[in-house]
Design a protein around this ligand. Structure first.
Ligand code: FE
Ligand code: FE
Ligand code: MG
Length: 171
């Protein structure tokens, strides 16, 4: 534990920061797996573009899990040790893909990103001016989650517009 590094945290309980970071840590692993498996099962039009995006996001979520775990350790906490705990700590839950169609998969993933944005936005509000290092980490992750939502939404819109165009030419 970073003794002096933690002494600069003010106006907030370190245990509370650790507790909330562990919830975000659970979310990141579940998001990682959701993207990982979606990229495998996805079907339909323009799926290669979607797979590239899903694979890239999976890698980002795993990197986020690592960033959060490192911070939990610095604060003197322990990252969740068992995958079973991911389900009891998660904010955003886990949506096993039911419909493998590219549009349905992208819609599920967009919902997940919107939840991640809420989670990190709340963590940024909580740590601002109190725990500068955690604030910096959650702000970096928040920027990635905003980018993720935008990437998925843009791809979703391209695909649905393309499908609508094809339908209109077949009339
Ligand atoms: Fe993430
Ligand atoms: Fe994300
Ligand atoms: Mg992306």
């Amino acid at each position: 534990m970073a003794k002096h590094g933690n002494a600069i945290i003010k106006g907030i309980e370190i245990d509370e920061v650790i507790r909330l970071l562990n919830k975000a840590y659970a979310d990141e692993w579940l998001a990682y797996y959701q993207y990982y498996i979606e990229a495998k099962v996805i079907k339909g039009i323009m799926k290669d573009a979607a797979i590239a995006e899903l694979d890239q996001h999976a890698a980002d979520e795993l990197r986020h899990a690592d960033m959060v775990a490192q911070r939990i350790l610095q604060l003197g906490g322990t990252p969740l040790l068992s995958p079973q705990e991911w389900f009891t700590h998660t904010n955003c839950g886990y949506e096993a893909p039911q419909d493998f169609d590219v549009v349905a998969i992208l819609e599920d993933a967009i919902k997940g990103e919107q939840c991640a944005i809420d989670t990190y936005s709340a963590l940024a509000d909580l740590t601002k001016d109190k725990d500068i290092v955690t604030y910096d980490i959650v702000s970096q992750i928040l920027a990635d989650e905003v980018e993720h939502e935008e990437d998925l939404q843009a791809l979703h819109d391209d695909i649905t517009e393309f499908v609508d165009h094809i339908k209109s030419t077949m009339k």
